[in-house]
Design a protein around this ligand. Structure first.
Ligand SMILES: [Ca+2]
Length: 92
């Protein structure tokens, strides 16, 4: 019985680990590390990585050419603007 429970926990841990790796791959294929610092405190927390799943970035229409706005996907509310760098994955 103990071996079955141990195997079950090992399997759950493995699934959670693979799920976390998938989240990291999705987030970092769309954002650079410094973009994910949503509260601008200089570091990226685990919560900010998961929050990145709910963020879209679009080219700023009213400012310089090389600026991106970051918005919450659920309601379109503004998070921040970053200018002056080449960004990956932005919507046009
Ligand atoms: Ca932060």
């Amino acid at each position: 019985m103990g071996k079955i429970i141990c195997a079950l926990f090992l399997q759950i841990f493995l699934y959670l680990f693979l799920w976390f790796l998938l989240v990291l791959m999705i987030v970092f294929s769309y954002f650079d590390y410094n973009e994910i610092d949503w509260n601008n405190n200089g570091s990226v927390s685990l919560a900010e990585i998961f929050d990145a799943l709910d963020v879209v970035k679009i080219k700023t229409k009213t400012s310089e050419d090389n600026c991106l706005d970051y918005l919450w996907a659920k309601d379109g509310s503004f998070i921040k603007t970053i200018c002056g760098k080449a960004n990956k994955g932005e919507s046009k």
